[in-house]
Design a binder for this molecule. Structure first.
Ligand SMILES: NC(=O)c1ccc[n+]([C@@H]2O[C@H](COP(=O)([O-])OP(=O)(O)OC[C@H]3O[C@@H](n4cnc5c(N)ncnc54)[C@H](OP(=O)(O)O)[C@@H]3O)[C@@H](O)[C@H]2O)c1
Length: 344
């Protein structure tokens, strides 16, 4: 194996990405080296490229979502972790490593922590797999943030509803599937063209967020179904609608709303509804344990038994690493029910 590989380097905040060779690193004790096959684009990638947020070193390599094959593993990686030759999806640590070039997804070889890796069953392609890590991480972090235990298991008789606003988004579609897996009756919102797809992922009812009085329609349907909604998940930033609905549908006490977008300082307030920004545990050990459960345990099992499928739909962009700059600009124009993916 050559000791160099190609990477899309960000020389400084706001600059254009430059594809060039850089040294291939050796995995530390709890790291895996992945040969990257596909990467998916996320909103944070665009923000980091254009504004440099959370980047501490330059040139940086961006990107969190990666799928590929394990090349080598560090000295303390346990034998039950994916080993060389295994096809995996991985959540790369660009964000936590402040842009350190060894840890960003947008290159041919990347280091990832052994807690952040899921082996792939044969039926899941690299392009599909690259959509998984960020979305599944945010979905589970959201449930954790609002106090839903990972082993929650409701039955229809419990009549436990959950509201997920923005089900056609990448994060929202993962929230729909994870909520369904816990036995919630899932209500979500999306453009009409995505309704059947979201039902196929497990949504019980889907509402067109552009329809007049959609909030009232949701409350009316939930009351008819005799559901209570004590938790919600805002995947796209429509806090007031979510809060008003939870206020009407919660059982006694406080309802909790997880917000994937940052919660603005002047966010609306509704008595009886607490909003929390979704953020993984800040302590390194606790975060590694949480990610281990999400990726190495939960997602691994659900991909094998087909209870979780990569979502939403893949849209493959041309150009490989050279195409990432245009891909981020393309993402900025807006996507509808697709995740933008590039083959490396
Ligand atoms: N907290 C974290 O750690 C974290 C991590 C990742 C992402 N995020 C944030 O999570 C948000 C979602 O990211 P993403 O990558 O999942 O987004 P995305 O896939 O790019 O979202 C696009 C989708 O959003 C839907 N949408 C837009 N406005 C909507 C509205 N008012 N109501 C319902 N649906 C609406 C659209 O649905 P239609 O096609 O039906 O119109 C579209 O399909 C972003 O704000 C991102 O910054 C946070």
């Amino acid at each position: 194996m050559s000791d160099q590989h190609l990477a899309a380097l960000l020389p400084s905040a706001g600059a254009s990405l430059e594809v060039t060779h850089r040294p291939t690193p050796t995995p530390g004790p709890h790291e895996l080296l992945i040969e990257v096959k596909s990467v998916a684009l996320n909103p944070v990638d665009w923000a980091q490229r254009s504004m440099g947020i959370y980047l501490r070193t330059f040139p940086a390599v961006l990107g969190s979502d990666v799928a590929g094959t394990v090349i080598s593993v560090g000295s303390s990686v346990p034998s039950n972790a994916p080993q060389p030759g295994t096809r995996v999806a991985a959540f790369a640590s660009c964000f936590y490593e402040g842009g350190d070039a060894n840890y960003g997804a947008f290159q041919q070889r990347v280091l990832v922590p052994d807690s952040n890796v899921t082996p792939l069953p044969p039926g899941v392609s690299f392009n599909e797999a690259s959509m998984l890590p960020m979305a599944v991480m945010v979905a589970w972090t959201g449930w954790r943030t609002v106090g839903v235990p990972v082993d929650t298991k409701y039955t229809p008789a419990d009549k436990k509803g959950v509201l997920i606003w923005g089900g056609a988004s990448s994060v929202g579609s993962a929230a729909v599937q994870t909520a369904k897996s816990m036995g919630f009756v899932v209500y979500t919102t999306a453009s009409a063209k995505h309704h059947e797809y979201l039902k196929s992922l497990g949504a019980s009812k889907v509402f067109d967020y552009k329809a007049e009085n959609v909030e009232q329609a949701i409350v009316k349907a939930a009351k008819k179904d005799e559901l209570t909604f004590d938790v919600g998940f805002d995947a796209v930033g429509q806090l007031k609608s979510c809060m008003d609905i939870l206020m009407d549908l919660k059982a006694d006490g406080t309802a909790m709303l997880a917000s994937a977008p940052l919660v603005p300082e002047d966010a609306p307030k509704v008595d009886g509804v607490v909003v929390k920004f979704i953020t993984p545990p800040s302590g390194e050990k606790e975060r590694a344990e949480f990610f281990h459960h999400v990726f190495r345990v939960w997602l691994k099992e659900k991909l094998v038994n087909g209870e979780f499928v990569p979502s939403p739909k893949v849209q493959v962009l041309e150009g490989g690493l050279e195409g990432i700059q245009n891909g981020l600009d393309r993402w900025r124009k807006g996507v509808s029910g697709v995740k933008l993916v590039l083959e490396v």
